[in-house]
Every structure is written in structure tokens, then in C-alpha cells.
Design a protein around this ligand. Structure first.
Ligand SMILES: *Cc1c(COP(=O)(O)O)cnc(C)c1O
Length: 386
């Protein structure tokens, strides 16, 4: 039972560049919102292809600011997926608005359904938050068309999607404002950290203010003598990032493309061998977009005991996870009364299993996971077949 974890769900890609980045900041003796942050924002904006990027404390803070900058507030509704991390919809609750959950497209395409979004638009709807699940871009041309028809803003939760693209545009440049996470287990890891991107100048101005207490000048400006005092013109927050995280982010951005290429190879290799396993199906088989392969999800046949599968794999030293328990089923969210049915999300919520995926996962490890899964599914499925 206490077998050592031989194959973790995720492993960091750190090298001497990350150590040097941290040392560079320590040597500079300037720890927050300085030259590293400015450079990180510039480099990230150029990579995504947007005019403005603001580095923040984490993606949850980014999502909160994105909602505020889109004028979401009490009495408003925001449509979002239930198949996501709870931060996606918590960010809506922070503003006093109400999340309205839409289903995913199908059991193959686990991103938010444009048709279901359209059916849930009301006169209170202010915005749509999409989430590029596992790094597969949502159906953005349809979603943007719905948003234009109903005068809604589109917020991209890009926590899974740095480096993904659709029709030649990067995820993060596909809506009105986008939010990235650099949490430890994401494609770019800085521990904590996030980024908000937009091409919209007035949204950018709001974001700049709200990130740091609604103040009209930054400590750095005052330090450099550009400014000696400040006014406070909006109720802002302290959602700032610090220089160490920004420096780590710059080093991680340099590794991103290479890491995503490896993730793709791992995904393709898994796909070839897992296709043979009875009781396991793979989503996104019809996707043609360029994904960022953040996680490797599979769907177990209904009746296979997921917990048994996870326990069996754990005993083999293989770590697995669930992405995600559905948000609308959490106590905080279900207390309000009957949520509408989300049939595809509910199947995925019950039967999804996430296998280890990270750039340095070896061929032998992939085969070991596949073999373990095959055994586990056979054992866990026996009761269901009888
Ligand atoms: C990780 C994650 C977040 C939250 O990111 P933090 O940086 O930890 O706040 C939000 N949405 C999704 C889909 C995520 O996976």
C-alpha cells in the first residue's frame, strides 16, 4: 500500500536557468513589481500576441479582475462550464454575480457547448467564461458570435492552455480578456503566479488600477522619481506578483514550446497504446486544433469503479487524479436549489481519470502506466460486467 510513488502525476521542468533567475532577483535587492515583472509581461504579451499583459498573484486573482474589468457585478449572470476548477466560478461569486453552468459539447469534446451557452443567455447575462480543458481550445468562433449577438464579454480561463492555438491565434488572444496560471503543476510553473491579457485598452486600464489598490502610480514609479504621490480612484486589491515569481516565469516561458512538444509526444504515445484497452475511451479524438496537452484525461466505461482503479494504480506507485468533480455539485453551489441537467458533464464528472503527464515522462513509464491501467480496469470492472 505504501509503495513509493514511482510515477507522479506531474514533475517540474527546472534547470540552472531557474536558479540563476532567482539569484538575479536576490542580487538586485528589488523584490516586487520591478524590472523582472515588466520584462515578463512584455515577453508574455509578445508570445500570446496581445497588446497588454498584467502579471498577478495567481489565476484566481486574474479571473476576479477579469470579471470586474468586464463590469460583472451584483445581479448579473455569467455563463461558465461546471467541468472546471472551482476558481473559474468562484471568481464570478466574488463580484456578487451568479454563475450559470453550461454543458460540454459531447463525450469527445469536453469544452463548453456554444448551443448550451446560447440557451442559457438571459437579459442578466454579462459575460461568458470559457475554459480550454486540458489545453484543447473551445469553439471560439461560435462563442464569440453569440457574445457579439447578445453584447457579452468573453473571458478565457487559460490555466490549461499556454501555448495552445486555434486558427493561427494563441489561446489567450481568442476572447476579450484571458487569464493564465503559473501554479506549480501547470505547463509553466512558478509556484504561485498568473497573467491577464487583453487587446482592449479600456479593460487594460481597469486591470492596471485594480491589481494594485486602484492607485494611480506604482512604488517603482515613485522610486524612480517619476511620481511623488498618488490618488486612489477605484476599489482595487493587492493582486501583485513579486520579482522572484516573475523571473521564474521568464525562464519557464523559454521552456514552454519545447515542453509542450514533449507533452504532445507523450499524449500521442499514450493514445496509441490505450486505444487497445477495453473499458477506456479517449476524449478529443476529433480535435484538429493545436493543444497544449496540459493533462491526459481518459473516460472509464460506466460501471467501472473509479476509486478501485485509482487505488490499484496507487499500489503500483502510479499517481492519478480527477479533473474535475463538477462545480455545480459542490455544497456551496448546490445549496441554491435545482441546477439544470448537464448530461455530458455529468458522465465525465463520474468517470474521468487523469493519468500522469509531464515533459520528462519516459516511454517506459508510459507503458508502465498503460499496463497498470489495463490490469486495474479489468479488476475494477469485473463486478460491473457480472
Ligand atoms: C489551476 C486553475 C485555476 C487557478 O489557478 P491559480 O493560479 O491556482 O489561482 C483556475 N482555473 C483552472 C481551470 C485551473 O486549472
Amino acid at each position: 500500500m505504501n509503495a513509493e510513488l514511482q510515477i507522479p502525476l506531474f514533475d517540474l521542468e527546472y534547470g540552472p536557468e531557474e536558479s540563476q533567475a532567482v539569484q538575479r532577483v536576490l542580487d538586485s535587492k528589488w523584490l516586487t513589481m520591478g524590472e523582472e515583472t515588466i520584462a515578463f509581461e512584455k515577453e508574455f504579451a509578445a508570445y500570446i500576441g496581445v497588446k497588454h499583459a498584467f502579471a498577478v498573484a495567481n489565476c484566481t486573482a486574474a479571473l476576479h479582475l477579469a470579471n470586474l474589468a468586464c463590469d460583472v457585478g451584483p445581479g448579473d449572470e455569467v455563463i461558465c462550464p461546471s467541468l472546471s476548477f472551482v476558481a473559474t466560478s468562484n471568481s464570478i461569486l466574488y463580484t456578487g454575480a451568479k454563475p450559470v453552468f453550461a454543458d460540454i459539447c459531447s463525450l469527445d469534446e469536453w469544452t463548453i457547448s456554444p448551443e448550451d451557452i446560447e440557451s442559457k443567455v438571459s437579459e442578466r447575462t454579462k459575460a461568458i467564461i470559457v475554459m480550454h480543458y486540458a489545453g484543447y481550445p473551445c469553439r471560439m468562433s461560435q462563442i464569440n458570435a453569440i457574445a457579439r449577438r447578445h453584447n457579452l464579454k468573453v473571458i478565457e480561463d487559460c490555466a490549461h492552455a499556454p501555448g495552445a492555438s486555434l486558427d493561427g491565434k494563441m489561446a489567450g488572444a481568442l476572447g476579450d480578456v484571458s487569464c493564465f496560471s503559473f501554479f506549480s503543476n501547470k505547463n509553466m510553473s512558478t509556484g504561485e503566479g498568473g497573467m491577464i491579457c487583453t487587446d482592449n485598452d479600456s479593460i487594460a486600464e481597469r486591470l492596471r488600477l485594480l491589481r494594485s489598490h486602484g492607485m494611480t502610480s506604482l512604488t517603482l514609479d515613485r522610486h524612480k522619481g517619476h511620481s511623488f504621490s498618488y490618488d486612489v480612484v477605484a476599489l482595487g486589491y493587492n493582486y501583485r506578483i513579486d520579482e522572484i515569481h516573475s523571473a521564474l516565469g521568464r525562464a519557464q516561458l523559454c521552456r514552454l514550446a519545447q515542453g509542450n512538444r514533449r507533452r504532445k509526444e507523450v499524449t500521442l504515445h499514450y493514445s496509441v497504446i490505450l486505444r487497445e484497452i477495453d473499458g477506456v475511451t479517449l476524449p478529443f479524438q476529433s480535435s484538429t486544433a493545436s493543444a497544449s496537452y496540459h493533462i491526459f484525461p481518459v473516460l472509464l466505461r460506466e460501471g467501472i469503479d473509479r476509486l478501485k482503479v485509482m487505488t490499484h494504480l496507487r499500489s503500483q506507485g502510479i499517481q492519478t487524479s480527477i479533473h474535475y468533480p463538477l462545480i455545480h455539485t459542490f455544497s456551496l453551489y448546490s445549496a441554491g436549489g435545482a441546477a439544470s441537467a448537464l448530461p455530458f458533464s455529468e458522465v465525465v464528472g463520474r468517470s474521468e481519470l487523469t493519468l500522469p503527464l509531464f515533459p520528462s515522462l519516459t516511454l517506459e513509464q508510459i507503458e508502465c502506466v498503460a499496463l497498470g491501467l489495463s490490469d486495474a480496469v479489468r479488476q475494477a470492472g469485473n463486478g460491473a460486467i457480472a
